[in-house]
Design a protein around this ligand. Structure first.
Ligand SMILES: Nc1ncnc2c1ncn2[C@@H]1O[C@H](COP(=O)(O)OP(=O)(O)OP(=O)(O)O)[C@@H](O)[C@H]1O
Ligand SMILES: [Mg+2]
Length: 259
């Protein structure tokens, strides 16, 4: 087994005044190294909650969340680090996120006063690494997301798709074991969205950077290796990719599993 993510029977209830909201009711999920996995479900089904628990942004009431790091970037299956999210201190969780995860949001979350290149460099600089190192790696990643012609632009002067490519490049600076993406194309047009899905797929399959993506869009989910359907805090089924992206299959199966 080469699981990067191993989530077992997590429960999460939010308390808001007198109200109890059972966001997750016993969810288990394993994601293997280099897999591109999508989570779909209606609004309020618990998708973001699950992503937050995976990234240690929040803690489950019950159950366990493990994230494993493997040696090398090829077929070496030696685990060199196991992060047990539920037993870490707050400080350890913060460092874990900063050093081991790539997090991509719908809203891009770039620093408005920094250029594209500076935004990508930032994770290295926060870690106290040299500007020269940061620059070197950022240049590589900017090239990977095809933004060499936009390095000096600030976010306001980039298209939505370009901003998200900057955010993805930034998320890769520290060579994350896992990318967590919450509706990464929610603000993008179809062409830009397609580029982002292809980029995430390439990251997973070519660089073995495991990707867990929440999405509403069947076209997005169809590009994943596997889609887990969440309904009212529980998984109701899985759609396995049968080869080339099949949006119609995802739409049909989703309708069966989510309603
Ligand atoms: N901090 C919070 N306090 C109280 N309730 C919350 C909190 N965060 C989420 N919830 C509730 O938990 C449930 C699951 O929320 P979550 O954000 O995980 O849904 P989601 O599947 O990501 O939805 P969407 O597709 O709209 O983003 C919802 O009913 C939501 O209202
Ligand atoms: Mg959400």
């Amino acid at each position: 087994m080469t699981n990067v993510v191993a989530i077992e029977n997590v429960h999460k209830t939010y308390h808001l005044g007198d109200e109890r909201i059972r966001a997750l009711r016993g969810v288990s999920l394993e994601v293997e190294r280099g897999q591109f996995v999508a989570i779909m479900g209606a609004s309020g089904s618990g998708k973001t909650t699950l992503l937050h628990l995976t990234g240690g942004l929040d803690l489950p009431d019950d159950g366990s969340v493990l994230v494993n790091r493997y040696a090398g970037d090829t077929d070496d299956v030696t685990i060199i680090e196991t992060h047990n999210i539920t037993t870490m201190s707050d400080r350890e969780r913060t460092l874990f996120r900063r050093r081991r995860l790539g997090i991509v949001f719908q809203a891009f979350n770039l620093m408005p006063n920094l250029t594209a290149l500076e935004n990508v460099m930032l994770p290295h600089l926060i870690e106290g690494r040299s500007a020269a190192d940061a620059r070197h790696r950022a240049d590589e990643l900017i090239a990977m997301v095809h933004l060499e012609h936009r390095t000096k632009h600030r976010p306001a002067n980039l298209s939505g798709g370009e901003q998200q490519r900057v955010a993805i490049a930034r998320s890769l600076m520290n060579e994350p074991v896992l990318i967590l993406a919450d509706e990464p194309t929610g603000n993008l047009d179809p062409t830009s969205s397609m580029e982002i899905w292809q980029l995430l797929q390439r990251l997973a399959h070519e660089t073995k950077t495991t990707v867990l993506m929440v999405t509403h869009e069947a076209a997005a989910a169809a590009r994943a290796d596997r889609v887990h359907i969440l309904k009212e805090g529980r998984f109701t089924g899985i759609i396995e990719s049968q080869g080339p992206p099949d949006e119609a299959l995802v739409t049909t199966r989703y309708a069966e599993l989510a309603n």
